[in-house]
Design a binder for this molecule. Structure first.
Ligand code: AMP
Ligand code: FE
Ligand code: FE
Ligand code: ZN
Length: 280
């Protein structure tokens, strides 16, 4: 039983449609996949239909852009149902992504890298969740940079010259909202990059007391020592230790579907939490 519980489609900043993603997940030998697009459920219906058609298990999810002590952190929510508070906050986050786009294009123009909003919108496509990766793609197409990675490193990353802030939900509030919506909140890559600076063991302990269900332990951005420490912490706090690729199609290297997976007993516990019983 191989389960990959964190992936992105073209409905956020991945490059595969939900149907393509599901087909590739089956071809990669996965038994279960979750779709967790940034701040939107828009791809879930298509992914669920496609998974049923190919006999793949499916877990509906989302990756919510949050903030904790001024730092950007990500919360996965599995099995959340429609809920006015969470849905309202997600709509606000998506609107803020749209508002940020022209502001970042102004910065880039001032840096002699003009892009039209229409040009970036071609990369956004059907996604209701425009993000910096789409700006990066437009920069690559114009030849301003070679890769998404380079665009983030030099221009779009936090603190870089074209960076503009946007609205993000406060992390503890988001945990509460996912729970209120009947979902299971799981902290995404808690000790990757800058999130490690604010998500201390003490903070994880507080979040566990507030109902956090799990933490992503096996993630491409965590090294072996980090994983060992997070696994110990999960065990001590009664949190489910998940493992996932954070697949983005061509949008991220080093994140092949199924390169990290979640143990069957962890998957079963997570599915029980969201009322998804059954073999797969
Ligand atoms: P945004 O959603 O606009 O805040 O952009 C953040 C997203 O960009 C993250 O969810 C990542 O998927 C992606 N990202 C962050 N850093 C990089 C990078 N160095 N290369 C490619 N994608 C990145
Ligand atoms: Fe992403
Ligand atoms: Fe993330
Ligand atoms: Zn992700």
């Amino acid at each position: 039983m191989r389960a990959d519980l964190h992936t992105h489609s073209s409905l956020s900043d991945g490059t595969d449609t939900p149907a393509e993603l599901v087909t590739k997940a089956a071809a990669a030998g996965l038994d279960v996949v979750a779709l967790t697009d940034h701040d939107t459920y828009a791809g879930l219906a298509e992914a669920e239909r496609s998974a049923a058609a190919v006999g793949l298990g499916f877990v509906p999810g989302i990756e919510i852009s949050c903030r904790y002590e001024g730092v950007s952190v990500h919360l996965l929510g599995y099995g959340a149902r429609p809920h006015p508070v969470l849905d309202g906050e997600l709509a606000r986050a998506r609107a803020s992504r749209g508002d940020r786009l022209p502001a970042m294009l102004d910065r880039l123009a001032a840096l002699d890298m003009p892009l039209t909003e229409a040009e970036v919108r071609r990369w956004v496509g059907d996604s209701p969740s425009p993000g910096r990766p789409h700006i990066a793609d437009a920069m690559v197409a114009r030849g301003y940079v070679g890769t998404r990675d380079e665009a983030f490193r030099d221009w779009l990353g936090e603190g870089r010259p074209a960076y503009v802030d946007r609205y993000a939900i406060d992390l503890p509030a988001a945990v509460g909202m996912v729970l209120a919506a009947g979902g299971a909140p799981v902290l995404a890559h808690p000790w990757a990059r800058q999130s490690r600076l604010v998500l201390s063991a003490a903070v994880l302990t507080d979040l566990a007391a507030q109902g956090l269900v799990g933490i992503e332990v096996d993630h491409p951005d965590h090294d072996a020592a980090t994983r060992a420490e997070l696994r110990r912490l999960a065990d001590a706090l009664g949190l489910l230790p998940t493992g996932s690729s954070d697949y983005h199609g061509l949008g991220k290297t080093n994140n092949d579907l199924g390169c990290e997976t979640t143990a069957p007993e962890v998957l079963a516990a997570l599915r029980a939490r969201i009322g998804q019983e059954g073999p797969c």
